[in-house]
Design a protein around this ligand. Sequence first.
Ligand code: ADP
Ligand code: ADP
Length: 229
Amino acid sequence: GGAVRFDHVRFGYDPEREILHDVSFEVPAGHTLAIVGPSGAGKSTIARILFRFYDIQSGQVTIDGQDIAEVTQASLRAAIGIVPQDMVLFNDTVGYNIGYGREGASQDEIEAAAKAASIHDFILSLPKGYDTRVGERGLKLSGGEKQRVAIARTLLKDPPLLVLDEATSALDSRTETEIQTVLRDISRKRTTLVVAHRLSTVVDAEEIIVLDQGRIVERGRHADLVRAD
Ligand code: ADP
Ligand code: ADP
């Protein structure tokens, strides 16, 4: 499940200023589509439209053939897992952060998700009250560790559709490579929409679309686009 289709989508936050101009693409179930392009191109806007944070002005967006305009936001949230660039963690155990909002999950399921996200045992067993925030005042978990927690949290939800929104762009290059390996592994098993700045981070995608100022200016596989560079 989780197949996504954007069909001639036009959207502007302000109807007078169109941001997405006639955007069409399709992600078959189980495939990975990457959206790359410069800052301000409209990549995150596409992700927000998918959650129905905003309604489009014209065109249609479907998930598994169903028009999202006819679906509740709650069921969209259940169907889509997002790994954000920068997740804010609670000052509590890592297990708590993974399981937060997933009331039905057992400890075994949390541990399985942690394992799938390559979280080291010692991080999972950090005591309650350990400062897991990352920021100016409490750098306790590294950026990479925090991203593993965000990934485990998403895996626990087991959504048919995964959105990776610049999920590694806040990391240093070595950590980025490590986290990309984890992401590649989990995206192989489900429908995935990857939002990224650079082509080099989306080598594995079945299709890449290049967005510039709200228009798809190129599409193809990684090798095709690198050749055209
Ligand atoms: P990207 O993710 O590719 O960097 P965005 O989708 O964030 O691009 O932004 C696309 C355009 O929409 C930009 O011109 C940006 O200024 C504008 N934009 C983004 N969010 C809002 C908003 N909440 N209200 C108005 N304009 C916005
Ligand atoms: P669910 O609604 O099932 O928990 P998600 O895991 O996709 O689905 O949503 C994560 C929750 O975390 C949402 O309540 C959202 O508001 C919140 N969230 C999303 N992105 C961030 C972020 N970057 N930092 C902190 N919280 C976030």
